[in-house]
Design a protein around this ligand. Structure first.
Ligand code: TXA
Ligand code: MG
Length: 331
């Protein structure tokens, strides 16, 4: 069911959940002070409680109220990139429940750059938590129709058309002087570095991050309805089909609780073709994974090309690697 901003706010005030657009992907929103809504987010997505939720705020002031430590680095990054696709992971205040952070002391905060999401935040007058509006481990939605099909029309959706960025926000963990990228995205390490340098802020990149600091990072994620194979090297059709079937036979039924949805045999595949320009590719990535999964072929194949080996493609490749059931390397 598609709804208006007013209905979305009303539903949120009634402790229910709504799907809404952000500039990255559609989110499944619930009020942060409603335990009922937070539980509904987890149950609707079939998401395990160890995977923390991102809290969406209207502005910097609202974010500051939710943290114990609004550092100079957080201030500089929020000024440079909010509203926008950057999630800051900071020490949480008592207003943030353990359900949101999976018991961690830090909370992920972001101010989304989408007029409808901002309007909801404005009219609601308080923050909402919102993971991507898809079943756990599956492809994120970038249109209202994706959300409707994901939850079979059971979740009300605020339709804002296709999401302009198309992949989830960059997630950064901030200490007083250390910055770690937990999830790559549209905003890159060098964008962050140049902002911090221009403010003469001392910082080091932290590359060793413990699983405890970065939960929710499963081996498989973003998985389409049919298995996707990551293929390196150049292959003729027959040898590739053989290789795909060999690989299929050795795959388990599920990994870390995410079903691989294996066909009995692979007779044909659909190739995931993306534009050369990384930003255009990101915008199309998830809708193409969904579209190709609805075709008659038995699986999807992504051929990794030379032009993908560029840092602009890192965030997309990170997702495609996790979305893949297996990798076929050059012979
Ligand atoms: O673009 C986005 O970030 C979208 C839109 C809807 O805003 N949201 C999104 O949420 O991608 P979700 O739940 O699908 O991914 C959130 C991920 C978690 O799996 C985890 O890896 C990281 O963000 N995260 C959230 N809170 C964290 C925390 N307190 N500490 C460490 N990582 C956290
Ligand atoms: Mg997600």
């Amino acid at each position: 069911m598609k709804i208006s901003v007013e209905s979305a706010v009303k539903i949120l005030l009634q402790d229910q959940v709504v799907a809404l657009p952000t500039e990255t992907v559609y989110g499944l929103a619930g009020r942060i002070d409603s335990e009922k809504a937070l539980h509904l987010i987890f149950s609707t997505k079939q998401r395990p409680f160890f995977d923390p939720l991102i809290v969406h705020v209207r502005d910097k002031v609202q974010a500051q109220e939710l943290t114990l430590e609004w550092t100079p680095i957080a201030e500089a990054l929020a000024n440079a990139f909010w509203p926008g696709p950057l999630t800051l992971v900071l020490r949480k205040s008592a207003r943030i429940s353990d359900l949101i952070t999976s018991g961690l002391e830090r909370v992920g905060l972001r101010c989304p750059n989408h007029p409808l999401a901002l309007e909801v935040l404005e009219k609601l007058g308080e923050p909402f938590a919102a993971p991507s509006a898809n079943l756990f481990g599956r492809t994120s939605p970038t249109t209202a129709e994706h959300v409707e099909s994901e939850f079979q029309g059971k979740v009300p959706v605020l339709d804002g058309g296709p999401c302009p960025i198309g992949i989830e926000s960059t997630v950064v963990l901030l200490d007083q002087t250390q910055v770690a990228i937990l999830r790559k995205g549209h905003i890159k390490a060098q964008d962050i570095e140049s902002v911090l340098k221009s403010h003469h802020l001392e910082f080091q990149w932290k590359t060793q991050v413990s699983a405890l600091e970065s939960p929710g990072h499963m081996k498989h994620h973003y998985m389409p309805a049919k298995p996707l194979f990551w293929v390196e090297g150049s292959w003729k059709e027959q040898p590739l089909l053989e290789k795909l079937n060999n690989s299929l036979r050795s795959l388990p039924q599920s990994v870390e609780g995410v079903q691989l949805r294996k066909p009995t045999q692979i007779r044909s595949y659909s190739e995931l073709v993306l534009p050369d320009h990384a930003e255009q590719a990101a915008r199309l990535l998830y809708s193409e994974l969904r579209r190709l999964s609805s075709l008659d072929s038995d699986c999807l194949v992504f051929f990794v090309r030379k032009n993908h080996l560029h840092e602009d493609w890192d965030a997309i490749l990170e997702r495609l690697r996790k979305a893949s059931a297996a990798q076929i390397l050059s012979s």
